[in-house]
Write a protein that binds this ligand. Structure first.
Ligand code: PDD
Length: 277
């Protein structure tokens, strides 16, 4: 049986009790992180916890465990589940109180975390994926990793219904990100991705990819790019904790570049593989 971490205790999944009045359940009033574990270690832990801190701040949510306490708990959770390759899901809600939009007084936030064995997505990383483009209908604080994922859920489902692996989102023709990953294109040899502002999640994998590009002397720019630039791109790919660096080989039924993963994408994939050991 799998061990969960819930409100400061380690316990088997069957013993986790969630209140019907938890604000995460009622309002989506909470935040989360998905961590990747490689070789029994949390990848880029520092960056994930720093983002969790910023999300908590954005929602005016207290973290009574402290970042160090949360980090120690997640490390112990990985050990207790003897997880070697997989993910850790951590969510924190504003706690349990009678339903009322106002923040409850004297209510402690509630935390829940568990691990999952997940293999690396070797097949899609090798072959690439097809995506469709959809309007980005989300709110204006996409930099906070909140539990409010309805727009993302609808976008991903719409993509699947149209036979694509994911949805790339745009605001008035400017590409922001995908339903659960960041998007990068290559144009005239230049790697381009949306700036890390309020319109996208500041992806941990995005930052790793840019760092790897810099080290490999691949020029890059953090600037908005349009749907037309995506259609005309030499290469395109998504970055994310679960997708790593996955090539996009078709957008709205049109091939990207040669229709095969391109050389800069391949180079970054190799560098990424080396970085995770
Ligand atoms: N998604 N953009 C969105 C909207 C995301 O939900 C995610 C992550 C990313 C990539 O961020 P990172 O590289 O830090 O994983 C970008 C997680 C994996 C999820 O919701 O399952």
């Amino acid at each position: 049986t799998s061990i969960y971490w819930h409100d400061n205790a380690f316990l088997p999944e069957e013993d986790v009790r969630i209140s019907p009045h938890d604000r995460g359940y009622n309002f989506g009033d909470g935040i989360y992180e998905v961590f990747r574990v490689y070789g029994g270690k949390i990848f880029e832990a520092e960056a994930h916890f720093e983002r969790l801190r910023r999300s908590a701040e954005g929602l005016k949510l207290a973290l009574p465990w402290g970042l160090d306490g949360l980090r120690a708990a997640m490390t112990e959770l990985v050990e207790r589940n003897a997880l070697s390759e997989g993910t850790v899901y951590l969510q924190i809600t504003r706690g349990t109180a009678p339903r009322n939009h106002l923040f409850p007084a004297d209510t402690a936030p509630s935390a829940l975390a568990y691990t999952r064995e997940v293999a690396r997505p070797v097949q899609s990383m090798e072959r690439g994926i097809s995506v469709v483009t959809l309007e980005d209908i989300r709110w204006l604080h996409c930099n906070y990793k909140t539990l409010n994922l309805l727009a993302n859920v609808l976008a991903k489902q719409e993509a699947a219904d149209r036979g694509a692996a994911d949805a790339v989102l745009h605001r008035d023709g400017v590409v922001t990100e995908s339903s659960a990953s960041n998007v990068m294109i290559v144009k005239d040899g230049l790697l381009i991705t949306h700036p890390a502002d309020n319109l996208i999640l500041h992806g941990v994998t995005r930052a790793v990819a840019l760092r790897l590009a810099q080290a490999a002397e691949i020029p890059y720019a953090e600037r908005p790019f349009t749907l037309d630039e995506l259609y005309a791109a030499e290469e395109a790919f998504v970055t994310g904790t679960t997708v790593e660096i996955t090539p996009i080989v078709a957008v709205d039924g049109r091939e990207v570049g040669s229709g095969k993963p391109g050389p800069i994408t391949r180079r970054l994939q190799r560098e990424f593989a080396a970085a995770i050991g």
